[in-house]
Design a protein. Structure first.
Length: 113
């Protein structure tokens, strides 16, 4: 029952196709790639943990909200996630961490259920 309520809330929050395609996020996903890379250069294991946790949660929420099932069904480990976001942010310093997570969701491939 609890899962049903969470899914219902997520689906109710989805914008319709006619609305803006802006993605509203909170937490570490709102940070700019510039800030993200600065944190990564500082080598803080705690900050890395916050980013990895946020990205994993985002990918799980993305899957639930869009009925999107990654082909591989495996989310990369912590170092793989950070490597992907590092690369994305170096190429797109004006993006947000959320933009990198969205790109990663697309890269993981998959299909709608």
């Amino acid at each position: 029952m609890r899962s049903f309520v969470v899914v219902a809330i997520l689906l109710a929050c989805l914008p319709s196709a006619a609305q803006s395609r802006d993605v509203y996020v909170h937490g570490e996903g709102t940070r700019s790639c510039h800030d993200y890379l600065r944190h990564r250069e500082q080598g803080s294991a705690n900050q890395d943990y916050f980013y990895v946790t946020w990205i994993r949660g985002f990918l799980a929420g993305y899957s639930v909200a869009t009925s999107y099932e990654p082909t591989d069904r495996r989310i990369p480990g912590a170092s793989g996630l950070l490597d992907y976001v590092d690369d994305h942010c170096r190429r797109h310093p004006r993006h947000r961490v959320a933009d990198a997570a969205i790109a990663l969701a697309g890269k993981l491939g998959g299909r709608h259920r």
